[in-house]
Ligand binder design. Structure first.
Ligand code: 2BA
Length: 114
């Protein structure tokens, strides 16, 4: 039996519903609080380990529970950390589509429990 690890990066707003839905469908999951490298805002990374034949069901649950949002952001200048006051004048606010989910599916070599 091949085990897969489904790693999905979702918006924090969607994470609670997604975890509940996964549990109802019988999947174990782990939520990690993460931060997007572009927006520098909190998002959530959900890990689901499951057998290969169940991956499509996991993807359906993710698709049902994750939504696309539009955010207006002002990009930071290179080298300027979020929270610092300086913004280059050329950096205009822009709209970005975020989510519903960015998903990576990996093959797991071994699963151990001690
Ligand atoms: P962020 O890195 O904060 O990106 C948020 C959204 O900003 C992205 O949504 C995308 O629409 C936009 N964006 C990202 N980089 C951009 C750039 N250089 N120029 C213009 N717009 C840009 P999503 O694509 O839905 O990604 C949502 C979150 O998923 C990302 O948050 C990041 O945490 C994660 N992610 C996306 N692609 C990834 C990858 N290849 N590897 C690892 N994490 C990834």
């Amino acid at each position: 039996m091949t085990t897969k690890l489904v790693i999905s990066i979702v918006q924090s707003n969607d994470a609670d519903h997604l975890l509940s839905a996964l549990r109802q469908e019988g999947f174990s999951s782990t939520r990690v609080s993460t931060t997007g490298g572009f927006l520098r805002q909190g998002n959530a990374t959900i890990l689901v380990g499951t057998e290969e034949g169940s991956v499509s069901r996991v993807l359906e649950v993710i698709q049902r529970n994750c939504h696309t949002y539009t955010r207006t952001v002002t990009p930071f200048s290179p080298g300027v950390e979020p929270g610092e006051p300086y913004l280059a004048e050329s950096m205009e606010p822009m709209e970005v589509q975020v989510g519903g989910a960015v998903i990576f599916i990996l093959t797991v070599e071994r699963v151990l429990r001690y």
